[in-house]
Design a protein around this ligand. Structure first.
Ligand SMILES: NC(=O)c1ccc[n+]([C@@H]2O[C@H](COP(=O)([O-])OP(=O)(O)OC[C@H]3O[C@@H](n4cnc5c(N)ncnc54)[C@H](O)[C@@H]3O)[C@@H](O)[C@H]2O)c1
Length: 453
């Protein structure tokens, strides 16, 4: 390789490293949601200069006055970040001044269960007019292999200065750098600190990967470079597909065990004692959150381009999507044993968040369970310490207020759909007429009132 080209490449990486080490590097994070905001706080804790960008004016206003809209992030953390120079804005013009741009925008599915990349596309169009040579653009949003190189880079390359993304081979002074690095956090998991989750980094060329490592080494204990953005994109999908398929497996085996009179949770506990080759996954009322129900379908959609049918993903999706229906059928059967019908029954659903101890409703199986119960004529209420009200979302419109955890005896059935730690399950069983437990939250409690399903 030409010596001047090598030195130019090195100087971009070295320049960024110098700035990161000196804490003068300027980082903007686009999308101040569940992923972007905690990431901004991690950088800020390490005294890096972070700007948070979001198109939602309420989020920008809340952050600007030192407030928080994510339950597990206390306002004091936002205020400490502001004291370290953190600011939130909706003004894209400031991007020209940044060294690193990290994109954390949503990647949902559309109504046809196909990838909706409109947020990434819009963000690319917003960044392009402000690009300058030497900048590092990182995509963190979960997506199918090929998105960074085939979709984002061409949009960024339509910039007024004619800058090109640095690729392998010839390099020039009019380049910017591109990386895909997936977010791997597990919301509500307090056993692994975020900085202990290794960060996978796939740059469009080795210099981009090196620059990405420099940035993330400032906040993560370990970075894992891979050879290309598509490898990093696929890594994230493999992780989520692995979870999705294994959860489907235990969901199916749970339904068999229920028929056979075997406690699947006892089986999983016993199997978990094997010191190798087994990792426990737990059954439930269905899968939720922004990742597991959606991400596998990003890959099955892309696979069709290659005449490839991802059968494991489809089968797991079918089993997991059926779980809320199984839960409602079980509730009807349990009420039937009490000589009651689901039609007209008063049912209290405990927990609407998609998993315990978090304030995230996205794709929550509780929402489906509530809708199915209502379709069957049940009079449904809910309780969730994290949600005073559930209004309209992408796929639901409940308009329901939180019901206090009182007069449990006035309900025909109390259904545990999300096993928040705050609940006193002994009391719930004691005061209820019938408890439908979809999470094994009542384990250890002996009562004829409990129906585990
Ligand atoms: N939440 C998780 O636990 C998690 C974990 C791993 C990966 N991910 C992935 O990370 C990505 C972001 O997820 P999230 O949970 O943070 O989503 P989120 O909905 O909580 O936040 C996204 C934010 O982006 C903002 N936004 C949308 N379009 C924008 C634009 N054009 N410019 C600026 N801001 C814009 C939204 O207003 C919102 O505040 C997704 O791809 C998701 O799959 C999420």
């Amino acid at each position: 390789m030409d010596a001047t080209i090598t030195s130019y490449n090195l100087s971009s990486a070295e320049l960024l490293k110098t700035k990161v080490d000196a804490r003068t590097a300027k980082i903007v994070i686009i999308g101040m949601g569940y992923v972007g905001l905690p990431l901004a706080l991690l950088f800020s804790e390490q005294k890096l200069r972070v700007t948070g960008f979001d198109i939602d004016p309420v989020k920008v206003e809340t952050l600007t006055r030192g407030g928080s809209y994510i339950v597990r992030i206390p306002e004091t953390e936002i205020q400490a970040a502001i004291a370290n120079g953190f600011m939130a804005t909706s003004d894209f013009a400031g991007i020209a001044d940044m060294d690193v741009v990290i994109i954390c925008v949503p990647t949902p599915l559309n109504d046809h269960h196909e990838p909706d990349l409109s947020y990434i596309v819009a963000t690319g169009h917003n960044i392009a007019p402000h690009l300058r040579p030497g900048q590092l653009i990182i995509l963190e949003s979960t997506t199918y292999p090929g998105t960074t190189e085939e979709l984002l880079v061409p949009i960024l390359e339509k910039n007024p200065l004619g800058l090109k993304a640095a690729r392998n081979g010839a390099a020039s002074a009019s380049e910017f750098y591109v990386v895909f690095s997936p977010e791997r956090e597990d919301p509500g998991n307090d056993t692994v600190a975020r900085r202990d989750i290794p960060k996978v980094i796939g740059g469009l060329n080795p210099v981009a990967t090196e620059m990405g490592s420099t940035v993330y080494n400032s906040i993560f204990n370990r970075t894992v470079p891979v050879s290309a953005p598509a490898v990093a994109e696929m890594t994230k999908l493999l992780e989520n597909i692995y979870r999705c398929v294994n959860i489907a497996l235990v969901n199916e085996l749970k339904m068999l065990c229920l028929r056979m009179g075997i406690d699947i949770f006892e089986v999983i506990k016993a199997a978990s004692t094997k010191p190798f080759g087994f990792q426990p996954f737990y059954p439930g009322p269905g899968i939720g959150g922004h990742c597991i129900p959606l991400d596998p379908f990003y890959l099955s959609w892309k696979a069709k381009e290659y005449d490839f049918h991802t059968r494991f993903i489809e089968l797991a999706g079918e089993i997991n999507l059926n779980m809320p229906y199984h839960v409602v059928r079980s509730a009807a059967a349990a009420l039937n044993r009490h000589k009651k019908t689901l039609n007209g029954a008063k049912v209290l659903v405990l927990g609407v968040a998609y998993k315990k101890d978090i304030d995230d409703l996205r794709e929550s199986p509780s929402l489906t369970v509530i809708e199915l119960l209502q379709q069957e004529g049940a009079e449904v209420s809910y309780n969730d310490p994290y949600f005073a009200f559930v209004g309209r979302g992408r796929k639901y419109d409940l308009q329901m207020h939180n019901t206090p955890l009182e007069n449990l005896g006035s309900f025909d059935a109390v259904m545990i759909v999300t096993d928040h730690s705050d609940y006193d399950y002994d009391r719930i069983v004691r005061e209820s007429n019938l408890v439908i437990d979809t999470r094994n939250a009542t384990k250890g409690i002996q009562s004829e009132k409990i129906v585990r399903c």
